[in-house]
Design a protein around this ligand. Structure first.
Ligand SMILES: Cc1cc2nc3c(=O)[nH]c(=O)nc-3n(C[C@H](O)[C@H](O)[C@H](O)COP(=O)(O)OP(=O)(O)OC[C@H]3O[C@@H](n4cnc5c(N)ncnc54)[C@H](O)[C@@H]3O)c2cc1C
Length: 450
């Protein structure tokens, strides 16, 4: 390898785009290859508010161009409160919003997935190429470089390859074929209710403005997050029109090309990005055995009916959230988490984000951890002369905090669906006590939001 390394980034999700930003800031060469072209079903989850803890905020601050960071920080500091309630909407505990840090980069933020994605596209538009590059495999070359092969027959050559291709990572399957995911045997069904004026007036204010965890005496739970506008925040960052411009390039072999291939990016004149309105996204979780066997094949309407039946005796407002949700927004999500992988020798291929430490969404730290990886990896590549040493240092630090985050998330998922009536009653008791004791609150919510 001569000069600075050229990095092939597989996957244009949160981690891949943040890595691209960090490499761009450091003046290193990169290209992002993304499979998706249009709006996939999962894209409808883009309205979901993603909690970004101080680690994620520091990563965005380090990787983004200063003006993009300023925009982000000005619009997305956490505005809502979090409540724990029973399935009859009896209040157990209301947590105030996390105290703002001394600076936005030490604070909590809660952008929508869409807003976060848009800020991560900032400034990359000069290099924009349309998506549709599905990575299939990589090959080591005699000169130490790496060739990536794509489903359309095209290839790309680079010095390093970073697999940021999400929880089902093909890069991981080739690099670490022995790595496996633990199945919690818990299933989530998530959906979205667009709030009409009538619904916003009729539903309890806590449901339409806060984050609410519904804890039941049975082995299930529900998590509701109000859309940003309802929480009194300013609208998310608008997409810079430039970011939607696409060049016609992107086919064939593009060795050494400094370009970015992005997911779901539509050319001017094509479909516009979703406009967020006030809404509530709910996520119902229960053991997989509580659902019909073919649950993952059901359409949104049938899935919604399954959840509605399971919560029929809950408070009417919660039943309504589900019954009136847009069926197209209702999707099942399996709660899987990577098992820790023993250290492996560093090489020119590495992994970041969900590709290496995918975790159930219930811990709420997948996004923050992916951003943290991007900051660490880009920072080390910028500082170390030997890229393989940089990758070794990155991997050993990332394995420690990444698998720790997975373990915490698995614990949260299991306890949300625990069969133990005693444990659930005790937890509700602890929350009631925490409502009156700052000391108990501090002990129970030490890592709140992080
Ligand atoms: C319903 C839901 C709710 C969530 N809620 C939260 C939350 O509240 N808090 C939180 O922290 N996290 C949450 N998460 C998880 C969070 O979204 C992920 O942890 C985070 O997006 C990980 O970023 P990533 O870049 O590693 O992967 P992703 O963002 O998944 O990006 C991977 C990218 O790689 C692309 N790709 C995949 N395969 C290929 C291929 N073969 N070739 C080319 N491209 C490919 C994909 O299209 C995708 O764009 C949630 C996830 C879901 C599904």
């Amino acid at each position: 390898m001569t000069g600075t390394p050229h990095v092939l980034i597989i996957g244009g999700g949160l981690g891949g785009l943040c890595l691209a930003q960090g490499l761009r800031k450091a003046g290193l060469g990169f290209a992002v290859y993304e499979r998706e072209r249009g709006s996939a079903r999962a894209d409808r989850l883009q309205d979901h508010r993603i909690p970004i803890g101080p680690q994620g905020a520091r990563a965005l601050y380090a990787c983004l161009p200063p003006d993009a960071w300023e925009e982000f920080a000005a619009h997305t500091q956490r505005g809502g409160r979090s409540a724990f309630v029973t399935e009859q909407l009896r209040e157990l505990l209301v947590l105030p919003q996390p105290a703002p840090g001394r600076t936005p980069q030490r604070s909590h933020h809660a952008p929508s997935g869409h807003a976060l994605r848009q800020v991560l596209l900032s400034g990359l538009d000069d290099h924009l190429v349309r998506g549709g590059r599905e990575f299939v495999r990589y090959e080591h070359e005699d000169d130490g470089g790496i060739t990536a092969h794509f489903a359309d027959g095209s290839t790309a050559y680079g010095d390093l390859l970073a697999g940021a291709d999400g929880a089902d990572s093909r890069v991981r399957r080739q690099l670490l074929p022995h790595a496996v995911r633990a199945d919690t045997r818990v299933l989530a069904v998530t959906g979205r209710l667009e709030l009409t004026h009538a619904q916003a007036d009729e539903l309890p204010e806590s449901l339409t403005t806060w984050s609410t965890s519904v804890l039941t005496p049975r082995s299930d739970a529900m998590f509701c997050t109000a859309g940003h506008a309802a929480a009194g925040e300013r609208p998310p960052i608008q997409v810079a029109p430039r970011a939607w411009a696409a060049t016609g390039a992107g086919a064939g072999t593009d060795a050494g090309m400094r370009a970015v291939v992005l997911a779901g990016v539509d050319a001017p004149g094509g479909p516009r990005p979703p406009r967020s309105r006030d809404h509530v996204r709910w996520t119902y979780v229960a053991k997989a055995t509580a659902f019909p066997e073919d649950v993952e094949r059901l359409d949104g309407k049938a899935l919604r009916a399954v959840v509605a039946e399971r919560i029929a005796d809950w408070h009417p407002a919660l039943v309504r959230l589900v019954a009136e949700a847009d069926p197209d927004s209702v999707v099942p999500v399996r709660m899987l988490g990577m098992k820790p992988v023993e250290p492996w020798p560093p090489g020119p291929v590495t992994l970041l984000g969900d590709a290496i430490h995918g975790m159930p969404a219930l811990g709420g730290t997948g996004a923050t951890t992916a951003l943290r990886d991007a900051r660490l990896l880009s920072g080390l590549l910028a500082r170390r002369r030997d890229p393989l040493q940089a990758i070794g240092a990155y991997e050993s630090e990332m394995r420690a905090y990444g698998f720790d985050a997975v373990a915490r998330s698995l614990r949260t998922t299991r306890s949300a669906t625990s069969d133990s009536r005693l444990a659930r009653t005790l937890f509700r008791g602890v929350l009631r006590t925490a409502a009156h004791s700052a000391w108990v609150r501090a002990a129970v919510f030490r890592d709140y939001g992080e």
